[in-house]
Design a protein around this ligand. Structure first.
Ligand code: ARG
Length: 567
């Protein structure tokens, strides 16, 4: 179908030149709406004004010639000048072959420079915030999208394991700790952290004490180093559990502390290039041109200690030197926009040869459930969210009773629960505020994980009934029904959808596509006979069912969504 589209575009361009003396590029879009053909273009509408002619007149002239092309079944001028082309069924079905190719991950193009996708990046000795849930899930899907399309991809967790929070925690432990450090759970550490902040509001010297302790840590104090290491180990172990639960993986996990000895050379370079200047009280600063409205940033605090920005500068340097990436994507909360503006502007001022640097932002999370939105602060334990999701999924399974078929209700609840959180995040436009709504996420209708899972299981069950694990694509011997037609076109759009979702860093476009596909499949299933159809048609429909399930499976893998064989 795509070959024919090129042909149609070329033909339309030639006609426009011959009959109307205009040179323009013509684009045919795939049309999914009923009665609008398979491919459509609005070129006549665009050209009408310049040619001082009615769009319909232009459209008719073009349509006349397109009818001659082999593989075109029908050309119609619709509305006030759209040209709608309907294709022969076998030509349309060519798109299915391409879609099946898109299901298989492309071979990694190792010769190309890598794309680094940095995500998750929680802080140690600080709460795992809601935004950390979002970056973890969104980042993972982006890294999968790149990898699936053959990009040499490096997934990276940039752990916040360095900074004043360790000084504060050390002070809190010294003052209020009641048991050996190793016996502290994450929650105990968090309680110490929270207490520090509560008490610091009353006792203004505490903050200074915390900063002093961090300075000592940076200077290499033995006891503090040990303290730091224990806290890091304990937090990392618990994080690992959550990552496994979600199926999250990284090629590299590198903490900010790794860059500790890599900052001084950058500080020296910045001074030498006169990008960094002395600020107040001996601090080192970087300023940005007035027009940019970016406020001055600190590179060294007045006590000489480094900060978040210094570490990010060293990180970029290290990544360039080590991997020579073509791009670095930072999947981070929108609240850090200013930080990334300052970071990207600083490295430009340093005149480094840079890869494409992008802050992939996402909005805030709102809760539909009042009990969750009244929670104090912006923290929510990911493990708690997953546990709650799985237990709610269990209840849904119980309630549906007979309507659900499964040999392993526990595993199904796990799949549905975890899947609904992951899909609930990914199915929303990341640039807008996200809404967290249990009922919607766990619903069997609508754009939700259970709906996808259910549709996949339905397709698999049809194939099982035909005693097939996989049905190959069969020749087209009949005219498509409207449902078949739509399903064929949707399946064919898989490759393009992957491209768009990756290029724009918008995983929700893949979700929306999978949802549309499920709807088309379910309509096809309820309207057209599959197993009971006559033989050549039956074969084609089974092949179509298998193709739909392959696309669903491949899409779900990219989104880290598990799918059940039965449900
Ligand atoms: N650890 C930081 C936080 O949780 C996020 C790190 C983002 N990445 C970076 N290179 N600065 O706020």
């Amino acid at each position: 179908m795509y070959d024919l589209r090129d042909k149609l575009q070329g033909a339309a361009e030639t006609i426009l030149k011959k009959k109307f003396a205009v040179s323009t590029t013509v684009h045919f879009d795939v049309s999914f709406g009923e009665g609008r053909g398979d491919l459509t273009t609005s070129v006549a509408l665009q050209q009408a004004k310049g040619l001082k002619k009615a769009p319909k007149e232009i459209a008719q002239a073009v349509a006349e010639d397109l009818k001659q092309i082999e593989g075109v079944a029908e050309v119609e001028v619709a509305g006030n000048g759209y040209i709608n082309v309907t294709l022969d069924a076998d030509i349309l079905a060519e798109g299915l072959v391409l879609a099946l190719e898109s299901c298989i991950p492309k071979k990694t193009r190792k010769e190309e420079d890598p794309v680094i996708v940095e995500y998750s990046s929680p802080n140690i000795a600080k709460p795992f915030g809601i935004h950390h849930i979002l970056t973890t899930i969104i980042g993972q899907s982006l890294s999968h999208l790149y990898r699936h399309q053959g990009f040499h991809t490096i997934s990276m967790n940039h752990i916040g394991d360095w900074g004043t929070q360790f000084g504060k925690l050390a002070v809190a432990y010294r003052k209020w700790g009641t048991k050996p450090l190793e016996q502290h759970s994450i929650d105990d550490l968090l309680a110490l952290y929270v207490r520090f902040h509560d008490e610091a509001e009353k006792d203004l010297t505490l903050e200074d004490e915390g900063r002093a302790a961090f300075r000592q840590l940076e200077a290499g104090d033995d006891a503090l180093r040990k303290f730091w290491q224990t806290v890091v180990d304990c937090t990392m172990a618990s994080l690992q559990g959550v990552y496994e639960h979600l199926g999250i993986q990284f090629d590299f996990t590198i903490g900010e502390s790794f860059y500790e000895d890599k900052m001084q050379s950058i500080v020296a370079e910045g001074r030498e290039k006169e990008v960094f200047h002395e600020g107040e009280k001996g601090a080192l600063i970087v300023e940005f041109p007035e027009g940019t409205k970016i406020p001055t940033a600190l590179v060294l605090k007045s006590d000489g200690s480094t900060n978040y920005l210094t570490r990010d500068l060293a990180t970029i340097r290290y990544r360039i030197d080590t991997w020579h990436p073509q791009a670095i994507l930072y999947v981070v909360d929108v609240a850090q926009s200013l930080h990334f503006q300052q970071l990207f502007s600083t490295v430009q001022k340093l005149t480094w040869e840079l890869p494409h640097l992008e802050h992939v932002v996402f909005g805030r999370m709102r809760f539909a459930d009042a009990s969750m939105s009244t929670r104090k602060g912006n923290t929510l334990k990911l493990e708690d969210v997953l546990t709650e999701a799985v237990s709610r999924a269990s209840k849904v399974i119980e309630e549906r009773g007979e309507k659900i078929q499964t040999d392993d209700p526990e595993d199904l609840a796990e799949m549905m629960g975890v899947g609904s959180v992951v899909y609930g995040v990914l199915s929303q436009n990341r640039k807008l505020d996200l809404v967290f709504d249990w009922d919607k996420m766990l619903s069997f209708e609508g754009n939700s994980a259970p709906y996808l899972q259910y549709t996949y299981a339905r397709a698999r069950s049809i194939l099982r009934k035909a005693h097939l694990d996989h049905a190959p694509l069969a020749d087209v011997t009949h005219d498509f029904s409207a449902q078949e037609r739509l399903l064929v076109k949707l399946i064919s759009a898989f490759g393009d959808t992957l491209d768009t979702a990756r290029r724009e860093h918008m995983p929700h476009k893949l979700c929306q596509y999978l949802y549309d596909l499920c709807q088309a499949f379910n309509t096809f299933y309820s309207t057209d006979e599959i197993l009971k159809a006559e033989v050549p048609i039956r074969d084609f429909r089974l092949g179509l069912t298998a193709a739909a399930s392959s696309v669903l499976r491949s899409g779900a893998q990219i989104l880290t969504l598990r799918l059940p064989e039965r449900m």
